[in-house]
Every structure is written in structure tokens, then in C-alpha cells.
Design a protein around this ligand. Structure first.
Ligand code: GCW
Length: 729
């Protein structure tokens, strides 16, 4: 490839539309230059035109300039490539293509019986020595390009029949909880653990947005295609992003557009009052409706591909329709109507509960709230109103049952919300790879083994496979579209993007699972390791891979072991939510209790004697969770209040299980710290090594604190000693 490669590089069209940021002060995450070696040492042909095709061409050009390959680009109608040899051809269906591309297209039609590759899909094949990526739309070409990057040499080394790739979820979205103004309590980024915002600093849009472009690039490479730019708690200044500060949003959209990412905005429900000077924000008031229609029209004049609004209403102090005697469907539909002419959507969050409850009142159960508010509204939401539901009924705990809302609204488009930012899972100081948890949630079948999974419910009926569609149709009596996957981002202006370098894996894995929820989280971690650390370029690839897997594969379960036991949740320090405080929330208005006394612990949510929450599930789960004998151990204290001597399905008593898991969890943290220390310094960069080491010290300190507080608390409550006589204070 050497010679002809460099000749090609000279010939490459140099027109620059997409400046690919090269910032040496920022960690390359999963796109280090070395990850592009396989593509960059090839002869590449890009066929087609469009903004995202330009991005592909520039990505390929950049890679080839570094690794010795070369790129040709031909827009439709261009010729002169017929006789030249290529190793990789990335072609839009509309382009006139070499014979090998036509052959791949024919093979795809023949084997799949379909013609359309889909908006974001691509076909990948390797035949006659050429790797071919074929797409109907530029976005598909972009995703195909990054797929080839991910495959590395294996994309080129053997014949590969035509594979059809396309995303399960049409919208794969991140929510940023970034504030424009530094909030006195929550700071620049609410629940952000990676420094400031990449968008805003001290009240203004950052002047240099190259980092936003680089972020878009990382997101495209893992499959994310939508992003909301500001906190769902929309304070005064941030409310103006909808009107006089819309330019900020447009500037961010310009940076992300070349990577296929559409921008959304969190809006304040009271905007007509705050910004428009109207006396009301009543969603049924004609003046209010017109105000939103005009505001939305201006948004689309400024940002034609704007995605839509995100709304947290009547939740934790945010304004909403309740003030006017209206419900959430009234509120969401008003915004949906304003967005509909432009194809926009509103994400209306179901995170609604009473945060001013009286701890003495045992009848109010926060877990019930989202279902009680939303399930009765099923069928009333517009097609472009998406109800966005947190995966669990409480609040992003390390272990919760799947939210019953997900099974309760068959006639509504539902999006499932995850939290990539590690608010309750170690705040990016602890290693906690969350993909195994998300994968469990996505695979959960609320109607039992024969019904659809959570992923099926969130999947668009028109992008899911035929089999999934059939299941959905059977289960819900109609083939409505799902609302996709959403997650709260963990990114900030930190050099490593996510504070903890290993927390990058969570962001990567979220994108990959939103693209294909059936992926194995450990395999996704493998991909991430190969791209980020490029073990093949080190002296001991196997050791590097093994160490990272040993540290990360089960880190979610490790975190669970040393924190709140058996699904009971919380026990964190109120306010910032870091570190243990068993009774921190016990007598507060937030509705997050564990009810431990001298005899036992847990929340009785049964129909028989408790809050009745188990009745919000369809069968079989309503019965499984109701039954003390059948309830899975890991969720026992979420559903039942039991004596300390209660014997778990695993044979241990509750109290002994608490002691055992807490000792074990800390030992596991000590072990991963040892593994990291033993890792040859040459295998990872010194900066990464130092940052991770420092954080592992903190993780171990904090895990010990959790262990000792939890064990001591329950020992003092119960008076039951540890059967193995270990040190409890
Ligand atoms: O997890 C809780 C957080 C709040 C957050 C809220 C929400 C943005 O503690 O900081 O507010 O959830 O999801 O709206």
C-alpha cells in the first residue's frame, strides 16, 4: 500500500468543511489516532455527497495522512475511479459505484429480501479483497465508517457476507444537566463529576467550542444521535435559551451537526410567564398555546434540524400543569402541538413524586408515584410526545426493580432513562461499569418470558426486527413506536472527559446499547478497551485486557456489595449523595426510607400488608414480588420488611448477608487496586495510571467507610454478631 497510498494522499481533495479537533490537552478517549491504523493504512474511496459524507471523507483523510493510506472522493456523477484498486469503499446508494459495490448491494437484496438499508443503517461486506460500506443516507455511511474503525484489521482480513446494521432505537439521546450560570448549590453541572460544562462557563457560552465538536465525534463513534444541552431544572438564565439566548443553542448545534447529532433543549414550563409576560402558563389557554407556537417557530427558523424540548414538570419544585388544574398529558400535548409542524418531539419526564412527604405517614410510597400519575393518562399523549421514564421507580439507585410505568402505557411512546453520570454509583471516583445493569434492565420482560422486553418497548416499531414487532403487536394490541433510550451524560471539561478515565466506558456503552440493546456488556467493554488503550500496540496486550476486565466487568456488583443492601437503596449523605449515611434520609420529606429497627429492615410494598406497589406490575411479576419466597434476593428489601434472621434464597440470613457482602466488597476493591498497581507502567499512559491510582485510593477509603458504617449500624440495631467474628465497631 505504501507508494500508491501516498500518491493517493497527495491527490486527496483538500476542501475542509469539518475541522476535526486535535486537542492535545484533552484525552482522546475511544478515538486515539492509533485506533485508526487499519483504516488509515488503506486505499479508501468515498462515494456520495452531503455534510456527513464530508465528515467521513475528512475522517478517512485524517487517518490516512497519519498512517500512510490515501483517500479518493467522488461525488455522484464523478468518474475516474473505475480502474483504480481500493481496499475500502464507502458508498451512498445513489452514487455510481464500482462493480464490487453493486455486487454487495445485490447480495444484500437477495439475502435479506429488502431493498432499503434505512436512515441510519449500513451494509458491510468484504469481497474480492475489498471492504464495502453501503448506505442509503449519509448518516449510515458515518456509522459504517466508525464500525470499520472499531473492527480494525478484522474488517479487512477475510471475506464477509453482506451484514445489515441499523440502530434499534431511532433516538439515542444524552441529557446534559449543565447550567449556564453556576448554581449556588448544584454548581455548573448538576450531578456532574467531571469538572465544568463543555458548553458554558460562568454564565456564558464558551468561545472555543472545538471540544463540543470533539464530543460529537466521540458520540457518533458509539452511536448517540441526540443531545439536550441544559439542565432539566431550568433556572432563570437557562430559560432564556429558548428566546434571546437561542444563539447559544444554535452555535452548539452547528458543532454537533457534522456528526449527525441533533440538539434538544430543556424548557421551563412557566416560560410564557417568565419570558413572555403572560399572566398564566395554563396549557389550555389560547394565549399560552400561541406563545409556544411562536417561540417554537423562531427556534426552527434559527435551527432547522432542532430536535425538540425536554421537560421536567411538577417535579422537585419545577413548575407544571398542576398549578392550573391540568394534567401531564395536557402539558405535554401543548408542547407537542407547537413542535409538530416541524417534526420535533417533546420528552416529558415521568419523574414526578411528592418530595414534601411526612415520614410519619406510612401510606405514601414514592415508588408508586410515577405510575399513579402517568398510567391513567395512557392513550392521551400525542404521537410526538414521548414520556421519559427512569429505569426504576425511585431514583437511579444501584439496584431497583424495573419501573412498572414501562409496562403500563402501551398506547404511549416511552423512552427509558438511564444515568450515566454516577450520582448514586460512586460519583466517578469509584470504578462502576454500569452496562451490565442497563443490559439487565433492557432485557427484563415485564409481562413474563413470552412478552416484550424493556428494549422492545423502547424500540421503534419501524426499526425493530420483524420478530420484535410481532411480539409488541401481540402484547399491546398495536404497533406504536417506542421512544428510544436517554441517559444523563457524565461528561465535563475534565481532561479525561469523565473525571475517572474508566468512567468513559459507561458513556461508550450507553451509545452501543442504544444502538443494539442485545449486545453483551462485556463484549462492549472489550471494544472500548481495544479502541481506548489499543492493547495490540503494547508489549503485553493480554495482560492489559485481563487487568481492565478484572477491574471493570463486575464493578457494578462490587459497588452494590459495599453500599445499601438488598435493593433497599439510598443510605447516602443527603444533598451531595456521596458516601454512607444510613439514616441520612430516614426522617426527611424525600420518601426514601429503609425502616430499620431492632427486629428487621426493608419496605413493605406488598398488596397484602404494605403500600400495594407490587400491584402496579403485570403478572407474573406482581406475584413474584409479592411473595416473600419468590422475590429475588437482590430486591428483597425493596419489596419486603423482614426480620434480620430471615433466610434468603441463597441460604444466608439477611444480617449475615449484609456483613458478608460488605467485607467482600471492600476486599474486591483492594484487589482491583492491587491489580492496577501491578500493571506495568508502559501499558497505559502515565497520566491515566496516576489518575486511576489516585481514585482507587479514594474508592478504597470510601468503601471501607461504607462497610464499617453499614455493618456497625446493623450490628447495633440487631445485636446479632458476625458469624465469622470479623471486626465490627
Ligand atoms: O437524581 C435526582 C437528582 C437531581 C435531579 C433529579 C432529576 C436534575 O438528585 O439532582 O435533578 O434526580 O432527575 O430530575
Amino acid at each position: 500500500m505504501g507508494e500508491s497510498g501516498s500518491a493517493l494522499a497527495r491527490d486527496t481533495d483538500r476542501r475542509t468543511l469539518v475541522a476535526i479537533p486535535d486537542r492535545t490537552d484533552v484525552h482522546a478517549a475511544w478515538l486515539p489516532p492509533e485506533a485508526f491504523r487499519a483504516v488509515g493504512s488503506r486505499r479508501v474511496l468515498v462515494l456520495g455527497e452531503g455534510l456527513l459524507v464530508d465528515t467521513v471523507r475528512e475522517e478517512a483523510t485524517r487517518a490516512c495522512a497519519r498512517h500512510g493510506g490515501g483517500v479518493r472522493h467522488r461525488p455522484p456523477g464523478g468518474n475516474g475511479t473505475a480502474d483504480e484498486p481500493f481496499d475500502l469503499v464507502l458508498a451512498l446508494s445513489t452514487a455510481e459505484a464500482p462493480a464490487v459495490v453493486t455486487a454487495v448491494r445485490d447480495e444484500f437484496r437477495r439475502t435479506s429480501g429488502q431493498d432499503a438499508i434505512g436512515d441510519e443503517g449500513f451494509v458491510l461486506a468484504h469481497r474480492d479483497g475489498v471492504t464495502v460500506v453501503l448506505a442509503d443516507e449519509p448518516a449510515g455511511l458515518l456509522y459504517g465508517f466508525f464500525h470499520v474503525v472499531r473492527l480494525g484489521e478484522t474488517a479487512f482480513d477475510a471475506a464477509r457476507p453482506a451484514e445489515h446494521h441499523r440502530p434499534a432505537m431511532r433516538r439515542r439521546m444524552l441529557n446534559h444537566w449543565d447550567n449556564v450560570d453556576v448554581h449556588p448549590v448544584m454548581g455548573q453541572v448538576e450531578r456532574g463529576y467531571a469538572g465544568g460544562s463543555i458548553f458554558w462557563k460562568d454564565g456564558a457560552l464558551r468561545e472555543d467550542l472545538t471540544r463540543v465538536r470533539a464530543y460529537g465525534r466521540l458520540l457518533a463513534a458509539c452511536g448517540v444521535n441526540a443531545l439536550s444541552v441544559n439542565n432539566v431544572n431550568v433556572h432563570r438564565t437557562e430559560a432564556h435559551l429558548l428566546t434571546d439566548r437561542l444563539g447559544d443553542v444554535a452555535a452548539i448545534a452547528d458543532e454537533l451537526r457534522p456528526y449527525g447529532i441533533r440538539v434538544h433543549l430543556s424548557v421551563n414550563f412557566a416560560s410564557p410567564v417568565i419570558l413572555g409576560g403572560l399572566p398564566t402558563a395554563d396549557p389550555l389557554d389560547e394565549r399560552v398555546r400561541q406563545w409556544w407556537a411562536r417561540a417554537t417557530e423562531r427556534v426552527y427558523q434559527t435551527i432547522p434540524d432542532f430536535g425538540g424540548y425536554v421537560v421536567k414538570a411538577d417535579s422537585e419544585g419545577q413548575p407544571g400543569p398542576f398549578a392550573y388544574g391540568r394534567d401531564h398529558a395536557d402539558g405535554a400535548n401543548m408542547l407537542a402541538d407547537a413542535l409538530a409542524p416541524y417534526g420535533g418531539v417533546v420528552h416529558w419526564r415521568a419523574f414526578v413524586y411528592n418530595h414534601r412527604q411526612d415520614w410519619r405517614d406510612r401510606s405514601t410510597d414514592r415508588a408508586r408515584a410515577a405510575y399513579d400519575h402517568f398510567a391513567p393518562l395512557d392513550g392521551r399523549f400525542r404521537d410526538n410526545a414521548i414520556v421519559q421514564v427512569k429505569y426504576g421507580p425511585m431514583d437511579f439507585q444501584v439496584r431497583e426493580p424495573v419501573s412498572p410505568v414501562i409496562a403500563a402505557m402501551p398506547a404511549t411512546r416511552l423512552a427509558v432513562e438511564f444515568q450515566v453520570t454516577q450520582e448514586y454509583t460512586g460519583q466517578q471516583r469509584h470504578v462502576c461499569y454500569l452496562a451490565p445493569m442497563w443490559s439487565q434492565v433492557l432485557g427484563f420482560r415485564p409481562f413474563g418470558a413470552d412478552g416484550p422486553s424493556v428494549a422492545d418497548i423502547a424500540t421503534d416499531a419501524d426499526t425493530g426486527g420483524a420478530a420484535e414487532r410481532a411480539v409488541r403487536t401481540a402484547a399491546d394490541g398495536g404497533a406504536h413506536a417506542g421512544g428510544g433510550l436517554v441517559a444523563v451524560s457524565n461528561v465535563g471539561d475534565d481532561r479525561f472527559w469523565t473525571g475517572h478515565p474508566l468512567a468513559q466506558a459507561n458513556l461508550y456503552a450507553f451509545g452501543r446499547l442504544a444502538w443494539d440493546p442485545r449486545l453483551d456488556p462485556v463484549a462492549v467493554l472489550d471494544e472500548w478497551i481495544d479502541l481506548t488503550f489499543v492493547p495490540s500496540a503494547t508489549a503485553d496486550p493480554e495482560r492489559l485486557r485481563r487487568t481492565l476486565h478484572a477491574m471493570m466487568d463486575e464493578s457494578w456488583l462490587t459497588y452494590e456489595r459495599y453500599t445499601a443492601p438488598l435493593g433497599v437503596g439510598f443510605m447516602v449523605r443527603p444533598g451531595h449523595h456521596y458516601g454512607p449515611d444510613v439514616d441520612g434520609y430516614e426522617y426527611t420529606p424525600w420518601g426514601t426510607y429503609h425502616f430499620a429497627d431492632r427486629d428487621g429492615v426493608g419496605v413493605d410494598r406488598t398488596r397484602a400488608t404494605g403500600t400495594g406497589f407490587t400491584g402496579q406490575y403485570p403478572k407474573p411479576w406482581s406475584d413474584v414480588y409479592e411473595s416473600l419466597a419468590e422475590c429475588p434476593d437482590e430486591l428483597l428489601l425493596f419489596f419486603h420488611h423482614v426480620p434480620y434472621g430471615h433466610v434468603l434464597r441463597n441460604g444466608s440470613t439477611v444480617i449475615q448477608h449484609i456483613y458478608d457482602t460488605h467485607f467482600e466488597g471492600v476486599e474486591q476493591v483492594a484487589e482491583i487496586r492491587r491489580l492496577w498497581e501491578k500493571l506495568d507502567r508502559e501499558l497505559v499512559s502515565p497520566e491515566v495510571h496516576a489518575r486511576v491510582s489516585e481514585l482507587l485510593d479514594e474508592q478504597l477509603r470510601c468503601a471501607e467507610e461504607w462497610r464499617d458504617q453499614i455493618n456497625t449500624y446493623f450490628f447495633r440495631k440487631s445485636g446479632v454478631p458476625d458469624a465469622r467474628g470479623r471486626r465490627i465497631y
